[in-house]
Design a binder for this molecule. Structure first.
Ligand SMILES: [Zn+2]
Length: 83
């Protein structure tokens, strides 16, 4: 009788452990998915956008042409606006 109780206890403990492992694996996968989903809408684009003073197009600040009066989308527009 005691032997059976031991077997049941081992089975129950094994089941609880297995469920715990499975839950943790599922939790890790969900966290990874959430991380991927959160990273998708902004693919390395935390840099600010500036507006071309000539045509009004928005360009990343790093790609903008700096003029005397402000940022431009290209050198041509800087010439057109500032002469
Ligand atoms: Zn422009």
């Amino acid at each position: 009788m005691f032997k059976w109780l031991l077997v049941i206890a081992v089975v129950v403990l094994g089941y609880v452990w297995w469920r715990h492992q499975r839950h943790q694996a599922m939790h890790d996968r969900a966290a990874e998915r959430a991380r991927h989903a959160a990273g998708r809408p902004t693919p390395s684009q935390p840099d600010t956008m500036v507006r071309c003073r000539h045509c009004g197009v928005h360009v990343p600040a790093a790609d903008a042409v700096r003029g005397g009066l402000g940022p431009y989308c290209c050198d041509e527009h800087r010439h057109l606006a500032e002469g």
